[in-house]
Design a protein around this ligand. Structure first.
Ligand SMILES: Nc1ncnc2c1ncn2[C@@H]1O[C@H](COP(=O)(O)OP(=O)(O)OP(=O)(O)O)[C@@H](O)[C@H]1O
Length: 313
């Protein structure tokens, strides 16, 4: 495999925050969603990917190029949106900003840029600073797309953006991914974006990767089962994340194995329900935060890393 992004033992230290060490790879032709709570380090990770923040340790390799060559060879191939990239230039109008950005992205396509401005109902003559928050996000998105990059790094591109424009962004990203060599890394809180677009989910918690999952695989593995009894040998099994009483139910992240064991023990499985992605992520976060029993609910296990890791390079 020749990854588009290779993040190798990257660490970034701020006074009250430590990112990393982070290791992962993004395959060409895939979409990775970076999800995590506020302050978990998503923007810091994007900044290190873009070279806007220098890692204290480790390195980021883009398109398989050596670090020194990246600045020159890579910038036209990346579209970046987010992390207040244009705040220092916010007194420029949107059109002047595009002109300015075209010095970085030498392939900026004027016609495509105009098309995107119309599509997202952006007034190119308005000062960036005077645009609403949602419009600023749309401008960032348009400028990330307008030079037709191969890799999009999008840090919360649809925050504050209206529903119609969010849908258009999803359509545009879907078209973008029709080109085989294109890839996206996106941070988002919008479940539909994760569900509809992403192949992998990277979970960040307190500056560390808590899991790097293939989306379809986790949906296949996580389920709630209603059962007639819970055999003793499964009571402390780390594959069972939660047990609820009345009626007896278990949540597992290893459905095929647990189902087989229950059947071996002649337990009746009354019903199986696959979990939605939002529920799965919630369980992972609850677990990571080591939430304890609050209402007769039993949470199990002690170390999430060995359990929820379907794929982590
Ligand atoms: N330049 C900086 N100097 C000092 N601390 C910083 C700096 N940039 C980020 N941090 C700290 O790093 C931590 C992670 O911030 P970051 O913006 O990466 O989180 P995030 O996951 O993107 O959050 P959100 O979802 O709220 O946007 C925070 O505690 C933040 O205060």
């Amino acid at each position: 495999m020749n990854p588009v992004i290779k993040v190798n033992s990257v660490e970034k230290e701020y006074k009250h925050f430590h990112l990393g060490p982070i290791d992962f790879e993004v395959e060409k032709g895939t979409v990775v969603a970076v999800v995590g709570a506020n302050g978990s380090g998503k923007s810091t990770l994007f900044k290190t990917l873009m070279g806007l923040a220098q890692p204290d340790n480790g390195y980021v390799q883009l398109f398989g190029l050596e670090e020194q060559k990246q600045v020159v060879d890579v910038k036209n191939r990346i579209g970046f949106a987010g992390s207040g990239l244009y705040h220092a230039f916010s007194q420029l109008t949107v059109n002047k900003l595009a002109e300015f950005v075209s010095h970085w992205y030498t392939t900026l396509e004027k016609d495509y840029y105009e098309h995107l401005l119309n599509r997202y109902e952006i007034n190119g003559k308005e000062k960036f600073a005077n645009c609403s928050l949602g419009t600023q996000k749309k401008v960032e998105f348009v400028l990330a797309m307008a030079h037709r990059p191969q890799l999009l790094l999008l840090d919360e591109p649809s925050a504050n953006v209206d529903m119609l424009s969010q849908r258009r962004m999803r359509e545009d990203l879907k078209s973008f991914m029709e080109q085989e060599e294109n890839s996206i890394v996106i941070s988002t809180y919008i479940q539909d974006e994760v569900k509809q677009m992403c192949d992998y989910i990277c979970i960040l918690d307190d500056g560390k990767i808590k899991g790097f999952f293939e989306k379809d695989e986790i949906r296949h593995l996580w389920a709630r089962l209603w059962i007639s009894s819970l055999p003793d040998q499964l009571k402390n099994d780390p594959r069972i994340w939660k047990v609820e009483e009345h009626p007896l139910q278990v949540i597992t992240n290893q459905l095929p194995d647990i189902e087989e064991e229950l059947l071996k023990c002649q337990v009746d499985i009354i019903r199986i329900k696959r979990l939605e992605l939002d529920d799965i992520m919630e369980y992972m976060f609850i677990f990571n935060k080591k939430t304890t029993n609050t209402s007769g609910v039993l949470l199990k296990g002690d170390d999430c890393n060995h359990k929820n890791k379907v794929k982590q390079n």
